[in-house]
Write a protein of this length. Sequence first.
Length: 168
Amino acid sequence: MTRFLVMLDAVERLLIAALSGGALLLACFAMVGRYIIPGVRLDWIFEVTIFATIWATFLAGARIAGLGEHVRVDTLLTALPNRARVALAVFACVFGVAVGVFLFWSGILVVEEGYRWDERTTSSLRLPLWIYYLSLPVGFGLLALHLAVRAVRLIKGTARDEDGQPEH
């Protein structure tokens, strides 16, 4: 399982970097292209940029939440003893897994419907929208997986952040 998680982490980081970098390059190209080659139709660039940005956001969000590096209000956590902090963090992970599974299932329904209706974008590329919709179940499926792994690590005492660290 550890080998799988290491490979998944590497693939996620590569995809997030490629999608984010690609979106940035396309946005810059569109901005410059408007002035250099005004006659060329660049309407598709904004759709591809949005697709890439949404995919990168969902992938990065799942990864960050699973690592416990997301923004959170920890005022209550810092006032609690270590065992209570860990218990609260595990509860938050379990709740997050439940939400992730629900949104994973809902996302699959949306993808299936978009595919069945053959929904497409309005640009000259006419990209299938199910590719865009697929970011929802993939992102929340990964979120559920990462949070489940995090909950196990918190219970075992191998979490990487301050939730499970001894008090100072």
